[in-house]
Write a protein that binds this ligand. Structure first.
Ligand code: C2E
Ligand code: MG
Ligand code: MG
Ligand code: MG
Length: 279
């Protein structure tokens, strides 16, 4: 296997991963210069209340547009940012930009609006994560109570005690926690309760299944019920058609996000979209 040493630590790439190592290394270098060349930017996807169809918040999503105008998907470059340690710097910038945008939206009168930011497990494990979060909130003036961090269910499975302690500290600051892609991991229900999450995001895969078979909605239904029983908010991800939205609303799902309502968009478009849809 090939061993690569990076500033942020030691990382191993094994051939059995089935990915061309040279391609990864090329992307890693490209990503480093992308950060310097400001080819990375943040877009926002509205989250809506299913009963009223009014916007309640947005999720910040990272984009990489290279010099020649091609987009590289986050599912491709986030893992590389994680291996290389670049995610620490990139993740902090996303958090900062999203907080600045939230403050701008508040000034425009969208005071109840929340901003969700995805956080990688590599960021979470970094010893300075809490300090970074505190600094970003202090520098931008963003209200902690309107910020939500999205962590995946798979992070939630590793090093439970350390994670639970960290989540407790984050919640003390006033920041909320959402479990992203919920249903795709295998965390136990008692563990879920210990995490003190505020929100579950039903993975897009289960939302798609809702209309595909007779029992297709069973997992979505279970998550909605679980949310209700544990007093957690629930967001359905990747809602693409109105039938899905109607079934989710009928099942009592409070919130949704997806192409049916809005695609992720740059900040200036989000402001226009909100001015139009929040009225
Ligand atoms: P995620 O956090 O689960 O984000 C939801 C993904 O679903 C986004 O893809 C979004 O554009 C897409 N999506 C939303 N509605 C629909 C829909 O109706 N249909 C379909 N087909 N897709 C929809 P995106 O932006 O490509 O991001 C993919 C993943 O990359 C994210 O999944 C998240 O895990 C990661 N990611 C994105 N931005 C960041 C970031 O700033 N930091 C970290 N750590 N991860 C990020
Ligand atoms: Mg997310
Ligand atoms: Mg998700
Ligand atoms: Mg995802």
């Amino acid at each position: 296997r090939a061993k690569l040493l990076q500033r942020a630590g030691h990382f191993y790439f094994s051939r059995s991963m089935g990915v061309d190592i040279r391609e990864r290394v090329r992307l890693m270098h490209a990503l480093r210069s992308a950060l310097e060349a400001k080819e990375l930017f943040v877009v926002y996807q509205p989250q809506i209340d299913l009963a009223t169809r009014r916007p309640v918040g947005a999720e910040a999503l990272l984009r990489w547009k290279t010099k020649d105008g091609t987009f590289i998907a986050p599912d491709r470059f986030i893992p590389i940012a994680e291996y290389s340690g670049l995610i620490i710097e990139i993740g902090e910038q996303v958090m900062r930009v999203a907080c600045e945008e939230l403050v701008r939206l508040q000034a425009l009168g969208f005071t109840d609006f929340t901003m969700s930011v995805n956080v990688s497990q590599v960021q979470f494990r970094h010893p300075r994560f809490l300090d970074t979060l505190r600094n970003v909130l202090a520098d931008t003036g963003a209200p902690a109570s309107r910020i939500e961090l999205e962590i995946t269910e798979s992070i939630a499975m590793e090093e439970p005690d350390a994670l639970i302690e960290l989540l407790g500290k984050i919640k003390q600051i006033g920041v909320s926690i959402a479990i992203d892609d919920f249903g795709t991991g295998f965390s136990s229900l008692s563990y879920l309760q210990r995490l003190q999450a505020d929100r579950l995001k039903i993975d897009r895969g289960f939302v798609t299944e809702i209309t595909s078979s007779a029992r297709g909605s069973s997992i979505a239904e279970m998550v909605i019920q679980l949310g209700r029983n544990l007093g957690l908010s629930v967001v359905a991800e990747g809602v693409e058609d109105d039938r899905q939205a109607q079934i989710l609303a009928a099942l009592g799902c409070p919130l949704a996000q997806g192409y049916l309502f809005a695609r992720p968009m740059p900040a200036d478009q989000l402001q226009k979209w909100l001015a139009h849809h929040a009225a």
